[in-house]
Design a protein around this ligand. Structure first.
Ligand SMILES: N[C@@H](CCC(=O)N[C@@H](CS)C(=O)NCC(=O)O)C(=O)O
Length: 207
């Protein structure tokens, strides 16, 4: 019997990327939907002491860190070809863009989510401005990369759902991306994708 796969997610959080990837590979899995309070409770901290999603449970094995989870999904279900075309170069390209999304872009958002509020209003506002400028410049690079491409690395990969997630955050934070036409076309394509829609519906998200 194959081990049961369970994804711990929070609606619209970075775990939505894993949720979409699991739909894309076509595996049967369970979803545990949590909120901010639940991920800080002892029950969840016993699973992930960081008190963060995503968490992927495969049988009794617990995997954390989004890049590791997405790479695991790609490797475990190679027929879906979400980790490149099998060459080291294509895999490196997938991880290059995944790293930009996870390590550079994702980590630029916390000031906008209130993480620097403890610095007082003036300084916190300044950190928000700096974060917005950095986010905008990273999205410009992503838009340029999408020139002539339907997917970030040419072929659909585990990087694409992550890009969709951070674009949703940018829209939520009213960061103007309206002139970045490649990104907007990408977002529209993703929004009509069956796997994206299934994951969104399961997380109770509209758009
Ligand atoms: N380095 C971790 C970061 C995960 C992360 O930032 N998760 C957010 C949701 S997008 C979270 O659960 N935050 C809750 C918190 O930090 O309190 C990863 O890449 O998986």
């Amino acid at each position: 019997m194959t081990a049961k796969i369970t994804l711990y997610t929070m609606p619209g959080a970075c775990s939505l990327a894993d949720h979409i990837a699991l739909h894309w590979v076509g595996v049967t899995f369970d979803v545990v939907k949590l909120d901010h309070a639940a991920i800080k409770q002892p029950e969840f901290l016993a699973i992930n002491p960081a008190g963060a999603v995503p968490v992927l449970k495969v049988g009794e094995w617990v995997l954390t860190q989004n890049m590791a989870i997405l790479n695991y999904i790609a490797d475990r279900f190679p027929d879906a070809k979400l980790g490149g075309d099998g060459t080291p170069q294509s895999r490196a390209e997938v991880n290059r863009w995944l790293a930009l999304l996870n390590a550079d872009l994702h980590t630029s958002f916390p000031p906008l989510f209130g993480a620097t509020a403890y610095l007082g209003e003036d300084v916190a506002n300044k950190t928000k401005e700096i974060a917005k400028a950095r986010i905008r410049s990273l999205f410009e690079r992503l838009d340029a990369q999408l020139t002539g491409r339907v997917w970030l690395t040419g072929e659909r990969s585990i990087a694409d759902p992550y890009l969709f997630v951070v674009m949703r955050w940018a829209f939520g934070m009213k960061i103007d991306l309206s002139d970045l036409s490649n990104l907007n076309a990408f977002f529209t394509r993703m929004s009509t994708d069956a796997g994206v829609q299934a994951a969104m519906a399961a997380e109770g998200l509209q758009r």
